[in-house]
Ligand binder design. Structure first.
Ligand code: PHE
Length: 511
């Protein structure tokens, strides 16, 4: 590695598209509209935008710039800033690994639904058949039982999903560069098509009003603030070992301040567009109450099919719409999924000097084998638990640690300088950055972490998903243990001596 030149993106447009592709994902389509529906529409949008400006953008620019400066994946880049920071990078990398094992399965589900969308032809007005399609196909028991049954369609689609993920990143930045423009623009085209259909439905105006007009009384609900900060964090793919790795492939003359702004606002734009699609179609089909109740897979696979079969009297049109919707989700999911693998394989090949391609294949095979767990009858429940811990606990804690490390134990002035190095017009102001990284981010993320713990123990009796029959053992194995594994990996992996001398040498951040 020390002799061979590090791969680069080829152009700043490729980098921006790849980062947008990672940030814009299923969360924009099925988490953002649900939160907006829950928290007073425009009031949520307002807080979301404020949180994005205050916390999201500085953190995004910070990660990209330290990747570029240190020329290494997350653990290596953090290590070169300060040896003690390396565990945070590995914890983030392991968390990304856990996430990709189930994100690939969700990707497989959307592939499967796109394939089976022809079934909607004969389901016009049949709410029960529509809402049950996915659950039948994945053969879920709805709870933590049923490890002895598997869904063949899901396994086949999972194979396709991993094949596609590998195909896109087989040659790192150069193969990503070839596919990324399609993967970023296709979902926008699909969303545009659905927004036009949605906007021409009766009730669409009410939907748009509910989405955009703020209900300011919602601002007094602390959950709105908690959810907005959590969503900004999740949506921008920070603290996942991704943006540091992506930044490490940047040319030295790239403009981090400008690119960070473009990435953040593109992510917001897609969230708004999918909000318009969700609100107009749900109001247009009279299902608006469900929008606030369901998020994630439950919304896209359980509730949304009901909206689809009520869109028009033509079964063929509804089926085409269903295909466009699930195809759109495929294009949203794939670049987020492969960004996770790319972040992990960069971390490993930088540290151990392993061949990047071999590392990527090995990762895909191991993660692919683990992801089979989620194709069983209990898979949905396990996925639900793992996802809850990864996003509500591990990710947030890593955010707290990384911002404290850099905000309090590193000179933030150096980072700001690096962010603004090639920027002439827009520069990230030092105060803005300092307030975000030293204060607002660590404090609000700590509050979020503590809030989630209190919520689990006080409101849920210590067991996540008890109402769905999940028990303490399942929470310990799929939740706490996975959480502990990520933290422990942070301390264990740095103990292995890296083969790559360059990555091991302490390179201090020189101006
Ligand atoms: N940012 C993605 C989204 O909004 C989520 C994500 C990206 C999750 C990458 C994991 C990895 O959906």
């Amino acid at each position: 590695m020390s002799e061979t030149k590090r791969a680069t993106w080829g152009s700043s447009a490729t980098f921006i598209l790849a980062a947008v592709g990672s940030a814009v994902g299923l969360g924009n389509a099925w988490r953002f509209p649900n939160l907006a529906a829950k928290h007073g529409g425009g009031a949520f949008l307002l807080v979301y935008i404020i949180a994005m400006l205050i916390i999201g953008i500085p953190l995004l620019m910070m990660e990209i710039s330290i990747g570029r400066k240190m020329r290494s994946g997350a653990p290596g880049a953090l290590r070169r800033m300060n040896k003690k920071f390396e565990p945070i990078g590995w914890a983030a990398t392991t968390n990304a690994f856990v996430i990709v094992t189930y994100y690939a399965v969700v990707f497989a589900w959307v592939i499967m639904m796109a394939i089976f969308s022809f079934k909607f032809v004969n389901m016009t007005g049949n709410n029960e058949a529509a809402s049950g399609l996915w659950a039948t196909l994945i053969k879920t028991t709805g709870t933590i039982k049923g490890f002895d049954t598997v869904s063949l369609p899901v396994i086949l689609c999972l194979l396709v999903a991993w094949g596609l993920i590998y195909y896109c990143i087989r040659n790192g930045t150069s193969s990503v560069g070839k596919v990324i423009k399609y993967l970023v623009f296709l979902p926008v085209v699909c969303l545009g098509f659905m927004a036009i259909k949605g906007a021409t439905m009766p009730g669409a105006m009410q939907g748009l009003a509910a989405f955009f007009i703020p209900d300011f009384s919602a601002l007094s609900n602390p959950m709105l603030w908690v959810d907005a900060i959590g969503q900004v964090f999740y949506s921008m793919s920070v603290m996942m070992a991704i943006m540091i790795a992506y930044g490490s492939f940047l040319d030295d003359d790239s403009n981090v301040a400008r690119d960070g702004m473009i990435i953040a606002f593109s992510d917001l734009a897609v969230s708004l567009l999918s909000g318009i699609v969700m609100f107009t179609t749900m109001y247009g089909t009279g299902l608006q109450d469900m929008l606030a109740q369901k998020s994630g897979p439950g919304l896209a696979f359980g509730v949304y099919p009901t909206a689809i079969v009520n869109l028009s009297k033509s079964g063929v049109f509804n089926a085409i719409f269903a295909f466009v919707f699930y195809f759109c989700l495929c294009t949203l999911a794939i670049d987020s999924a492969f960004s996770l693998v790319e972040g992990i394989s960069t971390a490993f090949s930088d540290k151990f000097g392993t061949d990047k391609k071999k590392t990527t294949i090995t990762l895909c095979v191991i993660a692919g084998a683990i992801s089979l767990v989620y194709t069983t009858g209990a898979g949905l429940a396990v996925l639900d638990i793992v996802d809850n811990w990864c996003n509500s606990f591990t990710l947030i804690l890593i955010g707290v640690l990384e911002t404290i490390a850099i905000g309090c134990f590193f000179k933030t002035g150096k980072v700001v300088k690096e962010i603004n190095r090639n920027s002439k017009k827009f520069k990230m102001p030092r105060v803005w950055f300092d307030i975000a990284v030293k204060f607002v981010a660590p404090v609000s993320l700590t509050v979020l972490f503590v809030w989630n713990i209190i919520d689990l123990f006080k409101n849920k009796g210590g067991i996540y998903g008890a109402a769905d029959g999940y028990n303490l053992t399942s929470n310990i194995l799929a939740g706490w243990l996975v959480f502990a594994l990520c933290l422990v990996s942070g301390f264990v992996i740095p103990r292995f001596k890296g083969k790559n001398k360059q990555a091991e040498t302490e390179e201090t951040w020189e101006d």
